[in-house]
Design a protein around this ligand. Structure first.
Ligand code: TXA
Ligand code: MG
Length: 310
């Protein structure tokens, strides 16, 4: 992707003065501000209507900058080498003298950190003198944004600038792994857990049971298109949109599909934009046909289950 330097310059200027802007990442767009600035972090919560007790992910260019804020361990370094930059977020111990805003961490002694792969945002991060706090750029509990147009739908002119980066190539939020003790997955995401297991050569616990909320991203209603979602449906109701993994030979106007041939990575990329499209067409609800629970299909199902809690 060709980098528009004038856009990077504008983004940098706005962030330097404590503004929030939207940034593209390979997972979803983020609503970003200076992670060292209390003022900027407060603004993020307000714009997103996000509860104060839900801490933010901090985005870094590389580990050089991160060393000021966190303690590393061997597992982190191993995963970092293999998967970063990329769709994985690490929970690490925060250093006592870290300058990260207490608003962003919700006064926890841990920090969620990520190294996004998107070339535009990497270019920006390299130019900044601070890391970026950035939750997904959507209104709290709603579907994340995977394009600049999605961000504008949610925030209109409430945010001063959306840094253009095209459509997010992965389309699902990062996988969150807690590395403080035995590695634990706190949120399924854009990096398939089996790839992590293979590298670490052990079974990794997935602790994202919505009944035991540890991280608010696990909370019951999330990723909601704003209309009811029903899962594993064989027979739809009147006025319902019908969502399939792959394109049907015989299609109807209310049929939507996530991929041409059933590829789960392609489906992940199209999930949020398709949910948003269906909502725009004013269907009353969405019936989802079965989606295989493997690879990124696991994350797709996780999001749809939470979206179905409306
Ligand atoms: O792909 C992504 O991760 C995107 C892009 C923009 O980077 N960001 C994203 O952020 O999804 P957000 O705020 O929508 O989700 C972050 C999740 C929340 O569920 C939050 O509770 C959790 O990370 N989190 C943040 N800090 C944490 C911490 N110290 N311990 C446990 N969970 C934490
Ligand atoms: Mg989010």
């Amino acid at each position: 992707m060709k980098i528009n330097l004038a856009n990077i310059k504008k983004a940098k200027m706005l962030l330097n003065k404590g503004d929030c802007i939207a940034i593209p990442t390979e997972t979803v767009y983020g609503l970003a501000g200076n992670a060292y600035s209390e003022h900027a972090c407060k603004k993020i919560y307000k714009l997103k209507k996000r509860p104060n007790n839900n801490p933010l992910i901090i985005h870094y260019y590389d580990t050089k900058e991160l060393a000021k804020d966190c303690h590393f361990n061997d597992t982190f370094l191993k995963l970092y080498k293999k998967f970063c930059p990329g769709p994985i977020t690490f929970i690490l111990d925060l250093k006592k003298d870290s300058q990260i805003s207490k608003i962003a961490t919700n006064k926890k002694n841990t920090l969620a950190v990520r190294f996004p792969k998107h070339p535009v945002t990497r270019h920006l991060l390299k130019k900044l003198k601070f890391p970026l706090a950035a939750p997904s750029a959507n209104i709290s509990t709603k579907v994340s944004a995977v394009s600049s147009a999605n961000v504008k739908e949610d925030f209109g002119n409430k945010i001063s600038f959306v840094l253009e980066g095209g459509k997010s190539t992965i389309g699902l939020e990062s996988t969150i792994i807690d590395l403080r003790n035995n590695p634990k997955i706190l949120r399924l995401g854009g990096l398939d857990v089996t790839k992590i297991q293979k590298l670490l050569n052990k079974k990794i616990i997935v602790k994202n049971n919505p009944k035991k909320i540890f991280t608010p991203g696990q909370s019951k209603l999330h990723y909601s298109p704003g209309i009811p979602v029903r899962l594993n449906i064989k027979k739809i109701r009147k006025d319902e949109a019908y969502l399939f993994l792959k394109k049907m030979k015989k299609t109807k106007p209310n049929y939507f599909f996530l991929s041409k041939n059933g590829n789960l990575d392609e489906a992940a990329k199209n999930l949020y934009s398709t949910l948003r499209k269906i909502k725009k067409f004013k269907y009353k609800s969405i019936a989802v046909h079965k989606i295989p629970n493997k690879g990124l299909g696991k994350t797709i199902n996780d999001r749809l289950v939470r979206a179905s809690k409306l």
